[in-house]
Write a protein that binds this ligand. Sequence first.
Ligand SMILES: *Cc1c(COP(=O)(O)O)cnc(C)c1O
Length: 339
Amino acid sequence: MDPVELATSCTMPPVLSRSAVVEQPKTLRSARLKVDTYNVAAVAPYQAMPVAGPVITHHKSTALPVVEPHPEMTEEEREARIAEMIDSYMKKLAERTHHHMGYPYNLDFDYGLLEGLTKFSINNLGDPFIESNYGVHSREFEVGVLNWFARLWEIDEEEYWGYITTCGTEGNLHGILVGRENFPDGIMYASAESHYSVFKAARMYRMQAEKIPTLESGEIDYDELKDALIANQGKPAILNLNIGTTVKGAVDDLDHVLDMLKEAGYNEDRFFIHCDGALFGMMMPFLRRDAPMVTFRKPIGSVSVSGHKFVGAPVPCGVVITRFVRARRKETWARGWTS
Ligand SMILES: *Cc1c(COP(=O)(O)O)cnc(C)c1O
């Protein structure tokens, strides 16, 4: 189906009101954003465009106005309208899902058995390994899942720390934070094809960062990385290595980088490697043995994955695993700085 036709065929659900849809007042932002002259090249490659040409379709979407129910509506009428709205939205989601492509997401899942859980306010607040006094939690599942990933990436249950994140982005933010806490004066290195969350982390933590060019494959340019490491020998290195880049699925060669660090004079106590395994972190251990394995038997500091990419999940989630000694170097922090 033509993407433009598809976009317009999926109308937004009806509004909970007897009156017609309220005209949205012109906002400053839409006035400033001249969609027809917008600089397409300036938009991040992950943004919802430009299948339909130079016009950025998602800036044109209308926001549903939030309105009070009509005073003359009965309770039944109100409920019927809400049900109609949800049903209409579900149809739209089904159609969009049916035509979904271009993103490395697994959409083939059915978690119908979990539906009843939406009745509860489940919150694993604080450190997953420490019982909290908030009783409505799922720690037994969380730690079980973490133990599974620890086995996958070959780290002893006693030696890791981690948690279920809200997404791959959060895993990157946490892994790089652990690196930064261990090496406050470290320089972050990551390839130009890294996910945008990686350089966002560097900005958030006010770290010096070096964006290393990539090879045509999408892997980090090893020679450029080595030159940068040698030039900055005086400072520790915090590296983000990609285990599957978003667009090309490129896997940085962990073994090669470890050799290079040694050659450039970085001992294990002067570097921290975070592996952004959002895409392939889960499947690497199952590939041919000559692929560069992601394993804590090598001197890496952390690994993260995205739960809604390869696994497929209806809500964003992810996993991050770090070494306990690294994560606990600063006693004051864990997930959310709560423990
Ligand atoms: C998608 C992606 C992320 C971010 O994952 P989210 O779960 O969407 O936050 C990070 N790194 C890479 C390589 C990705 O493809």
